[in-house]
Design a protein around this ligand. Sequence first.
Ligand code: AMP
Ligand code: GLY
Length: 424
Amino acid sequence: MNIMVIGRGGREHSLVQKLAASKQTEKIYAAPGNAGMKEAVCVAIEEGDHDALVSFAKENDIHLTVVGPEVPLLEGIVDHFQANDLKVFGPTKDAALIEGSKHFAKQMMDKYDIPTAEYQAFSDLVEAKAYIKGKGAPIVIKADGLAAGKGVVVAETLEQALEAADSMLGEGQFGEASSEIVVEEFLAGDEFSLMAFVHGPNVYPMIPAKDHKRAFDGDEGPNTGGMGAFAPVPGLASSSYDTAVESIVRPVAEAMVQEERPFTGILYAGLIETDKGPKVIEFNARFGDPETQVVLPLLKNDLEQVFLDVMDGKDPELQWSEESCAGVVVASSGYPGGYVKGRPLPALETSDSAFLVHAGTALENGTYVSDGGRVLLVGSKGNDLSRALDCAYEALRPLHANEDFFYRRDIGRSSITSSSGSDE
Ligand code: AMP
Ligand code: GLY
C-alpha cells in the first residue's frame, strides 16, 4: 500500500518512521514533509493545497492518507478527500470543531456531563470583564478559535486577566479566533495527555503521556509547542487513567455521534488530575506534538493496520511495550520568540535505543541546518523513565554548549521517583 502523511513537523516524522516499519506499507509520501524524513518521498505540496493533495493521491495510487496538523482538518481536508472517494484518516471539518472552537467543546462537555473547569463564553468585553471581576484570580482566559498555541492566558492576577480579555476581545489579538473568549476556572493539579484512536463511538486509547509546554527549566518562560515529553506517566494512578477513558474520552466520542458530528481520527484530551479526578483542559482533533514522538515508539502493532482496522470498525487490539520513552526537543535559541535559521547542527550519535525525529531542519550541502523554532527531538526508550532520559540526554551532549540551540535539562525530572543520575 502507498500511504501519504500530511504535515512537516516532528509528529509527522514520527508517523512516517512508524509507518516505515509497517510490513504492508510500500511507499510513504510526505506532503510537504521535512528534510529529515529519509523514510519518505517528500512532495512539495503545502498542507493547505487540498486540490493538489487530492490530485496527487489519485495519480500516485495512495491507499490511505493520514493528516497530521489541525489547520487542514478544520479547513475540511478530510471532507474533500472523502468527496473524491479517497481513504483518509482524520476527522471531518464538523468533527474537528472540538479543537477549532473552545466554546463548542465546552458546550459539549456541559451537555454530556464531562468533567471540566467551570466557564462562561463572551463576545462582549464589558460582560467578560464584569464576570472576571466577580470570579477573581487565578483565572484562565482562552481565545475561542485556533491561535497557534498562544491563545491561552493563565492569569495569576486580576490585572493580567483583564488585560488578556482586552487584547483578545477588545483589540482582536487573534483576529476572528478571539472574537469570542472562554473564561474558565483555574484548575490545580498535574497535567497529562491522553490520545485515542476513535471511529464513531469506538474508542481505542493509547498509553498516557506528559508534555512540557514552557520554554525553560522549572516550567519557566513562555508557552511553546512543547519542549519534551515522555510516556507512560509514572505518577498517574491506573484508576485515574481508567476514569479519563470511561468518563471523558468515550463519552465525548459517543456525544459527537449524538450531535451528528461522528469523529474518526485521533482524539487528544489534555487533562488535569485534580483532587476530584481528571478534568478536561482542551481537546485536540489530531495527534499531539511532541507526545506522538514518545508514544508511537512504544506501540507494538503495525500502525498502518491499526488505522485500517479502526476505520473498518474492528478493534485494532493495541499492544504496548513495557518500556518507557522520553523525548527532548532541541529548539533554536530565541524560540518561541524570534530566532535565526540556517545554523548547522552537529552530528548526533544515537545508541540502539535512542532516535532522532526531525521537525524544523533543512539539508544544505549535506549538512543539516535549523529551519524552524523546534528543530528536532532526541528520544530514547529505556526500561524505565530514568534510563530513557539518561540515554536521550547522553545523545544530546554535542549540543550542550552550542549557543545556536537550547533544550530543557529537566524533562521528566519531576516524575522520576528514584533518580538514577540523569543529572544532565
Ligand atoms: P492549551 O493551549 O489549551 O493547551 O492551554 C495551555 C496551558 O494552559 C495548558 O497546558 C495548561 O497548563 C494551562 N491551562 C489551560 N486551561 C487551564 C485551566 N482551566 N486551569 C489551569 N491551567 C490551565
Ligand atoms: N502537545 C500539545 C499539542 O499537541 O497540542
